[in-house]
Design a protein around this ligand. Structure first.
Ligand SMILES: *[C@@H]1O[C@H](CO)[C@@H](O)[C@H](O)[C@H]1NC(C)=O
Ligand SMILES: *[C@@H]1O[C@H](CO)[C@@H](O)[C@H](O)[C@H]1NC(C)=O
Length: 289
């Protein structure tokens, strides 16, 4: 039995037509769990044709089965490693071939990082940049001709971290800022070329995925918002060709206050993290090794 979809204020504001997604050809990355998995289920309920990808074949297989039971017209998976450049092209080629083109490319995957003081680990920052940033620009470029032909959309799942720096996540913040910068530039270029492709950049706050919750536990004092609602909002943003999404709504307020009242923003941001807890766990890890 399909789960119910909660309508949001967004549907009303942007006049979202769910039937526009029936038969839509969609590739979602990072879709074996978390927000990506929920996006796959929403697209399935709307009757889309979906390709999902992540590293774990077993998990992908289960998600594909659920997508088909929820109403996806077609659903395929391809296991791939987003840090491997040849895998990136392989995934896009697979989707183009299986679906006969693409209407939506939803880039959502992220590499694993920890919440900790910057410790000079440049190799980790490079690795994370490869997964969270360089793979996005490579896949977007590869899919662009088909999106152009189909008047399609490129959907980038970013974060409040792409709009304003926060402590203890310097490599992550760097990758998300790079995404916002790059796809902001590309949006201008597409508009200047009168391109058929829309770009949506999604600014998300803390979302209650298993991975995020396990990382922030005891360290971060911030409310977490439901992954399924975040996923639906991302899909509607792409379908209505909006340039930006702010979810939850107060992420928009932060992007304003960081420039208008920076000292207030700094005060709140620095107090959103349990400094003592983080230092304590860090010391414990080091003394155990
Ligand atoms: C990268 O992926 C290709 C297939 O797409 C594979 O042949 C190769 O072994 C992978 N490289 C690494 C380092 O995993
Ligand atoms: C947009 O799509 C139309 C056909 O749907 C095509 O004629 C046109 O060339 C496309 N624009 C670009 C920039 O490719």
């Amino acid at each position: 039995k399909p789960e119910t979809i909660t309508p949001t204020a967004y549907d009303i504001v942007y006049d979202f037509a769910p039937e526009s997604l029936r038969g839509a050809k969609v590739l979602v990355t990072g879709s074996s769990k978390g927000i990506g998995e929920q996006m796959a289920y929403h697209y399935a309920r709307f009757g889309a044709k979906i390709v999902i990808t992540a590293r774990s074949k077993d998990t992908l297989q289960k998600v594909v089965e659920k997508c088909l039971s929820l109403g996806a017209q077609e659903a395929f998976y391809i296991a791939a490693d987003m840090s491997n450049e040849s895998d990136l092209d392989r995934v896009v080629d697979f989707a183009l071939k299986k679906l006969g083109g693409l209407d939506y490319l939803v880039l959502n995957h992220i590499g694993s990082t920890r919440i900790a003081m910057w410790d000079g680990d440049v190799e980790h920052a490079k690795w994370l940049m490869k997964i969270n940033f360089f793979s996005y620009i490579q896949m977007a470029w590869k899919a662009l001709p088909s999106l152009e032909k189909n008047k399609g959309s490129l959907v980038i799942v970013s974060s409040l971290a792409g709009k304003m720096p926060s402590p203890l996540t310097a490599p992550y913040v760097s990758t998300k800022s790079a995404l916002n910068g790059f796809f902001g530039s590309l949006r201008h270029e597409l508009a200047m070329k009168k391109s058929n492709v829309s770009i949506s950049v999604c600014t998300l706050g803390l979302i209650d995925t298993e991975t995020a919750m396990s990382k922030v536990k005891g360290k971060v004092n911030m409310p977490a918002y439901p992954a399924t609602e975040a996923a639906l909002n991302i899909i509607i943003t792409g379908a209505t060709r909006q340039p930006e999404l702010f979810y939850p709504w107060f992420t928009y307020i932060w992007t304003l206050t960081k420039d208008w009242i920076p000292s207030f923003t700094d005060y709140v941001v620095q107090r959103s993290y349990n400094y003592n807890f983080i230092c304590l766990t860090h010391t414990t890890i080091h003394s155990m090794t």
